[in-house]
Design a binder for this molecule. Sequence first.
Ligand code: SAH
Length: 371
Amino acid sequence: MADAAESHGGGNEPQRVLEFYSGIGGMRYSLIRAGVKAQVVEAFEINDRANDVYEHNFGHRPYQGNIQCLTAADLDGYGADAWLLSPPCQPYTRQGLQKDTGDARAFSFLQILELMPFLLKPPSLLFVENVVGFEVCQLGLTHKTNFVTQEFILSPLQFGIPYSRPRYFCLAKRKPYSFVNEIWNRQLIQSPGPLYEHFDTAFIEDDLSQEDRHKLLQSCQPIESFLELKNPSNNIEAESATLGKGDDNVCDSLQQYYVPLSLVERWGSAMDVVYPDSKRCCCFTKSYYRYVKGTGSLLATVQPEKRDKASLKEQCLRYFTPREVANIHSFPEDFKFPDHISLKQRYALLGNSLSIAVVAPLLQYLFANPQ
Ligand code: SAH
């Protein structure tokens, strides 16, 4: 991993990182992209398909078990400096905790926070990613433990990626460590401005004029630059040739990406349709490809000159391929699925993952030395 000029703690040893809910490794890729001097000493994930993918790419199989079963002694044993967590969305109130204890996967996150005061060697840095509305995190951390937090709600659109996926992030440092920009302590921040050293408050997203907001959107790359299949629908031969070059065989039938007309007829009005020159698409969820409503955008592959006159059924709608979703999540080119992971599993795993373009600068900011 590349060295950052100044890493947290300042020593020569890489920071020891634990990656909880590791999935297909979005956090680990973000850490690499951030260029911080850090080493993942263990990852934890209950889903064996996700672990197959993680192992395929990183050569290490995460600890395959329920995070809820980890004890304070287990955690102390890793001597970790930083914990990265992207728990599944789950009910997070104490009331919810009592209601749903039957689900083995639920509440592992709350439990792990509750262990914090009992650790002999608690981490100095914490990073949590979740859906918007996950404020429990900040409360849990500042209550019994000695952490100072900064919370963010950010979307890849704010980082030049034509993708709307607002997510909540909680960054925490154990005192006496502190953030570079202390003025944002205990704040919920909706602009990437504070992540950059010479941040000028005038950049706050809420203060943007309509015109600046429009410029921000225009500065995004078009969807087209994330596509592996670039030809309009009439050029199936050329498209198939592109797919044929891939090294996995699950995804090399082009036909499976076209949305059946029966679905267009039934759900057309609820579909989010985008074009190669669009500067925005909707959040891909784990149900993309299984359901069309609200699970992610569909790409119109009609020839540009026919676009305006074509009905929705004539727009030749297709799903983004898993590689394209990975590109939109800013995964590196060398990220690969092992052959045995089915198409539906690929979409589900990607839908659960995160935007590296957003998480990498947040991690850089978290690991930076306090001033
Ligand atoms: N950041 C990850 C995805 C996180 S989604 C990525 O980049 O892919 C949440 C993950 O937590 C899922 O993969 C789910 O299988 C796992 N998970 C949920 N509850 C768990 C538990 N109690 N113990 C271990 N893993 C769990």
